[in-house]
Design a protein around this ligand. Structure first.
Ligand code: NAP
Length: 485
C-alpha cells in the first residue's frame, strides 16, 4: 500500500506537463497531524512560477477548447476510472496529510471521482439556444463557450474533493486550469497532476502550484490571462480575492465559511435527530464548512436530546486516521486546538455546562475529545464564529418563530438542518431559513447531483448539479443578418 501511495506523493509542482521545483529551491514542510512528524516537502513557489503556469494554461487553452465535448468526456471518464482504481492509495495519502479517518478519506476520494464522472456527462449537455427572431431576415443564436484559463484555490479540509468540483466542470467545458492546493495538504492536490498526466490530458491543461499563498493568489487574481477565480476557503480570504480580481473583472466563484444551525423541534424523531447530529457535527473532527456550529433544541425535548447526543459523542472512537475503527482523527494543527479551547472557555465562563468531553484527548498532540456544551446562549462566541472543531453547543428555544430567527442571526448562509415530524412546519421552516443548503430530517446531504453553495457571506455561485458548469462558460449572442428571406 505504501509503495502505491508514494507514487502519488509528488514533492514537485506540475507546470506545462513537467514536474519542477521552485525557482528559489525553497520548500515547505508537510506534517502528519496524527503524529506531528514531517512526511515530506513541497516547493515554495511564488509569482514567477505561477505566471509560467498561467502562460502554459493559456497556450494549452487554444487547442483544448477546440476538442469535442465527447473527447473531453472520454478523458474525464478515464480520469474517474484512474481515481477509483487507486482509491485506497489516494485515501491513505489524504489521511497522512489531513488526519481524517481512512473511511472518510476513502469516501472523499470516491466523491472526487463522482464529480469527475458527473461533469464528463454534463459537459456533453452544454446547450445554447436558437431564439425566435424579431426580424424576418435575421436569426439569433446563443452559444456557450469556455471562459479560458481558470485559477483554483482550495483549503485543507477536503484536499481532494474541493479540487474535483472545480477541475471537473473546468475541463469538461474546455477551460484549462492553474490550481493552488492548501499548504498543509498539498499532496492530494498534486496527485491530480499525476492522474491527469497518466490518463493523457495534454500538457498545460492542468497545472498545480504550491507555495506562498499571497504571491500565487495575487498573480492568479491580477493576471489578465486568467478569466475566472474559483476559491474554497475562509470568508476573510475570499473577500480579499474578490477585491483583487476587480482590476481585471474576472468571474468569481466563492465557497466560503459557514455557521450551520441544526434545529430540533418537539415533534421530531429524537433518535434520528441524534444520528444526524453526530454526522453533521463530528465528521472530519468538526472541520467542515457544513458542520453544525449551533444546535437549537425545543424546550420539550431539550434534556433528552442533550443526554442522547452526549452519550453518542462519548462513544466515538478517537484515533489516528489509519487505525482500524477510528471515527474521529486529530485536528489539523495546534492553532485549531487553541481556538476550540478558547471557545469552550468563553462558553463555560458564560454559564455553559460540559455535557461531554471538553478537553484535549489523552492521545495528546492535536487530538480533542468530542464535546457537547449545554445551556448555550446567544452571547457566546460560537453564535457568530465558525468553531471548526468537535464541539456541539446546544441552545434551548420555545417557539418556531424564535428558532428561525436565531438560526438566521448570522452573516453566513451555507448549510442548515432541521428535524420535525410536521409537514406544514417542514415547509414553513425550510422557506424561512436563509441558507443555500437545507437538510430536512437529514444530517449529510452533499451529493454531486445537487447544487452546493452558500448565500450571504458564505459565497457566490454553485458547485455540483447542472448549475456547477455555468460559471465556467461565457454566453455569446450571435445575430446573423442579411439572410434575404
Ligand atoms: P483559508 O485560510 O482561507 O485557506 C484556503 C486557501 O486559500 C488555501 O489554499 C490558502 O493557502 C489560500 N490562501 C490563504 N491566504 C491567501 C491569500 N492571501 N491569497 C490567496 N490564497 C490564499 O481557509 P482554510 O483555513 O484552509 O479552510 C477553512 C475554511 O474554508 C473554513 O472557513 C471553511 O468553512 C471553508 N470551507 C468552505 C467550503 C465551502 O464549500 N463553502 C468548503 C470547505 C471549506 P495556504 O494553505 O498556503 O495558506
Amino acid at each position: 500500500m505504501l509503495q502505491k501511495t508514494s507514487h502519488f506523493m509528488r514533492q514537485a509542482n506540475f507546470i506545462d506537463g513537467a514536474w519542477v521545483n521552485a525557482d528559489s529551491g525553497q520548500t515547505i514542510d508537510v506534517v502528519n497531524p496524527a503524529s506531528g512528524q514531517t512526511i515530506g516537502t513541497v516547493p515554495k513557489a511564488g509569482t514567477a512560477e505561477t505566471r509560467r503556469a498561467i502562460e502554459a494554461a493559456e497556450a494549452a487553452f487554444h487547442s483544448w477548447k477546440k476538442t469535442s465535448a465527447d473527447h473531453r468526456a472520454k478523458l474525464l471518464r478515464k480520469l474517474h476510472d484512474a481515481i477509483m482504481d487507486n482509491q485506497d492509495a489516494l485515501a491513505e495519502l489524504l489521511v497522512m496529510e489531513q488526519g481524517k479517518s481512512f473511511a472518510e478519506a476513502k469516501g472523499e476520494v470516491g466523491m472526487s471521482a463522482a464529480y469527475i464522472l458527473w461533469y464528463a456527462e454534463e459537459g456533453r449537455r452544454v446547450y445554447g439556444d436558437v431564439v425566435p427572431s424579431p426580424w424576418a431576415d435575421r436569426r439569433i443564436l446563443v452559444t456557450k463557450e469556455p471562459v479560458g484559463v481558470i485559477g483554483a484555490i482550495t483549503p485543507w479540509n477536503f484536499p481532494s474533493s474541493m479540487l474535483a468540483r472545480k477541475l471537473g466542470p473546468a475541463l469538461a467545458s474546455g477551460c484549462t486550469a492553474v490550481a493552488k492546493p492548501a499548504s498543509q495538504t498539498p499532496y492530494s492536490g498534486l496527485a491530480w497532476g499525476v492522474l491527469c498526466e497518466e490518463v493523457g490530458f495534454p500538457k498545460g491543461v492542468v497545472n498545480i502550484v504550491t507555495g506562498a499563498a499571497s504571491e500565487i493568489g495575487d498573480e492568479l487574481c491580477q493576471n489578465p490571462l486568467v478569466r475566472k477565480i474559483t476559491f474554497t476557503g475562509s470568508t476573510e480570504v475570499g473577500k480579499t480575492l474578490i477585491e483583487k480580481t476587480a482590476g481585471t473583472v474576472k468571474k468569481v466563484s466563492m465557497e466560503l465559511g459557514g455557521n450551520a444551525p441544526f434545529l430540533v423541534f418537539d415533534d421530531a424523531d429524537i433518535d434520528r435527530a441524534v444520528e444526524g447530529a453526530i454526522a453533521a457535527k463530528y465528521r472530519n473532527s468538526g472541520q467542515t464548512c457544513v458542520c453544525t456550529n449551533r444546535f437549537f433544541v425545543q424546550a420539550g425535548v431539550y434534556e433528552a436530546f442533550v443526554e442522547k447526543l452526549s452519550a453518542a459523542a462519548e462513544r466515538l472512537k478517537v484515533g489516528p486516521g489509519l487505525e482500524e475503527g477510528t471515527q474521529q482523527g486529530p485536528l489539523i494543527d495546534e492553532k485549531a486546538v487553541e481556538k476550540v479551547e478558547e471557545l469552550i472557555a468563553d462558553a463555560t465562563s458564560k454559564g455553559g455546562k460540559l455535557a461531554a468531553g471538553g478537553s484535549r484527548h489523552a492521545l495528546g498532540g492535536t487530538f480533542f475529545q468530542p464535546t457537547v456544551i449545554s445551556n448555550a446562549t446567544p452571547d457566546m462566541r460560537f453564535m457568530k464564529e465558525e468553531i471548526f472543531g468537535p464541539v456541539a453547543p446546544v441552545f434551548r428555544f420555545e417557539t418556531e418563530e424564535e428558532a428561525v430567527k436565531l438560526a438566521n442571526d448570522t452573516v453566513f448562509g451555507l448549510a442548515c438542518y432541521f428535524y420535525t415530524g410536521d409537514l406544514g412546519r417542514a415547509f414553513r421552516v425550510m422557506e424561512g431559513l436563509k441558507y443555500g443548503l437545507v437538510g430536512v430530517n437529514e444530517g449529510i446531504i452533499t451529493t454531486v447531483e445537487a447544487p452546493f453553495g452558500g448565500l450571504k457571506e458564505s459565497g457566490l455561485g454553485k458547485e455540483g448539479g447542472h448549475q456547477g458548469i455555468e460559471d465556467y462558460l461565457d454566453t455569446k449572442y450571435v445575430c446573423i443578418g442579411g439572410l434575404g428571406l
